[in-house]
Design a protein around this ligand. Structure first.
Ligand code: AMP
Length: 419
């Protein structure tokens, strides 16, 4: 072991477990790819101001959890704590919204960084797959994204997750509600920091996890009673489309989420086997964000699903993904001549699309066969001098133990057909 360890709050993805992470990313991306979402990749860091304005000055993510730093050149940057602000920035900068094809539908996958108190399911470096649909106000688009996330989780075999749904209103009705909520909250017995939050972002107080705060919130005005007609109709349509699609959800009027930019539809996917870090994904509509970062009005909706927590959710449900073995054929040469011949065959097999590996280093037959077993390969391809003299290699079925001589010239075709 070296003297160095992974930094606090981070961990390494190592084989064989790392295969499940790749499969989760792939499973989340697949329904997006099949629904018109194009792949986008943005830098791991951005101008810090983008997050301050885009995510919100009053959020924990920006005030407490951001890895912000000044470069040698004097630029103020931050490691990205989330994906939406960057994706919208990139779409605006690339003029994707002017190509005449709205909504601009994008998906992404990458690393995110938050200086949080680490615990199971909460890390300082984590991984998300996300989707954003930019430039269109249409309840079907909100419903589409929720349905696709549901589809992704189900394709992995997950069942014990729930969808929480709420509407946060718009620039017309939310301020009225905000005032009513502020009046209510100012009358409560709360600490200094929470009192400050009442003035900056009172909706966030509803999100407070402390029992003594939650107790006082009984009887707080709820947004649903303050939604304007347009927001109510919009929300009803989203709900109807989800129901028609057979996607079950729970109305959660307390759901506000930790980012400032959300309007109207807000949702969270929670998993019941994860303890306190139960949110496996979340998102919503952010109609005002583009203007907040200096762009034109572009009503948009999106979500981000956490890869780390999705893997934990699979474990919690006892699901082992049915992943194909990484290696189908493992070549075991006996002697120098056989090394050259089998190495050549391994390269040919790979070119023919058959995954193959080779016993590297000077190993004896026993050690090499042990490696062949560990690789998970279905077949071992073994050859020594006598085999070569006869122009064959021995093909051993690792499951049945059966072995049979195959002409060297036929090995590739034969394996291409069987694996
Ligand atoms: P958020 O942007 O906070 O809504 O996060 C979206 C999803 O990313 C969450 O539902 C989690 O699955 C995941 N996530 C957020 N923060 C962390 C973290 N610190 N560690 C692991 N996963 C996280």
């Amino acid at each position: 072991m070296s003297t160095f360890k992974a930094p606090k709050g981070t961990y390494d993805l190592l084989p064989p477990d790392s295969a499940a992470y790749l499969a989760v990313r792939e499973a989340i991306a697949a329904p997006l790819r099949a629904s018109g979402y194009g792949y986008i990749e943005t830098p791991g860091f951005e101008n810090v101001e983008l997050f301050a304005r885009g995510v919100g000055e009053s959020t924990d993510i920006v005030t407490k959890e951001m890895y912000a730093f000044e470069t040698k050149g004097g630029d103020r940057l931050a490691l990205r704590p989330e994906g939406t602000a960057s994706v919208l920035r990139a779409a605006l900068e690339g003029n994707l919204h002017k190509a005449g094809n709205l909504p601009v539908k994008l998906w992404y996958s990458g690393s995110y960084y938050r200086y949080e108190r680490p615990q199971k399911g909460r890390y300082r470096h984590f991984s998300q797959v996300g989707a954003e649909a930019i430039g269109t106000e249409d309840p079907a688009l909100d419903a589409e994204l929720i349905i696709l996330a549901d589809q992704a989780y189900r394709s992995l075999g997950l069942r014990r997750f729930r969808i929480l749904l709420n509407s946060l209103g718009d620039q017309e009705c939310r301020p009225v509600y905000r005032d009513a909520l502020q009046s209510f909250l100012r009358g409560l017995d709360l600490d200094e920091e929470t009192r400050r939050r009442i003035e900056i972002n009172p909706l966030r107080v509803l999100d407070d996890k402390r029992a003594e705060v939650q107790k006082q919130l009984t009887g707080a005005p709820v947004l649903r009673d303050h939604l304007c007609d347009a927001c109510t109709a919009y929300h009803e349509e989203v709900r109807a489309l989800l129901t028609a699609a057979g996607v079950a959800y729970e109305d959660d009027e307390r759901l506000v989420r930790g980012l400032d930019y959300y309007t109207r539809t807000t949702f969270e996917f929670v998993h019941d086997g994860l303890g306190s870090q139960s949110a496996v994904g979340g998102g919503g509509r952010y109609d005002g964000l583009s203007e907040m970062i200096g762009g034109p009005a572009l009503p948009s909706v999106g979500w981000a699903l956490g890869v780390d927590r999705t893997v934990l959710a699979l474990e919690a449900e006892g699901i082992t993904l049915d992943l194909p073995a990484a290696t189908s054929v493992y070549a075991v040469p006996l002697g120098e001549e056989a090394r050259r011949v089998l190495f050549g065959l391994v390269s040919e097999l790979r070119r023919a699309g058959v995954s193959a590996d080779f016993a590297y280093g000077a190993k004896g037959l026993k050690g090499a066969m042990k490696n062949a077993h560990r690789s998970g390969a279905r077949y071992a391809l073994v050859a020594g001098e006598r085999d070569l003299a006869e122009g064959v290699a021995q093909l051993k079925d690792m499951e049945s133990g059966e072995q049979q001589a195959v002409a060297l010239a036929e090995v590739v075709d034969r394996l291409r057909q069987t694996v």
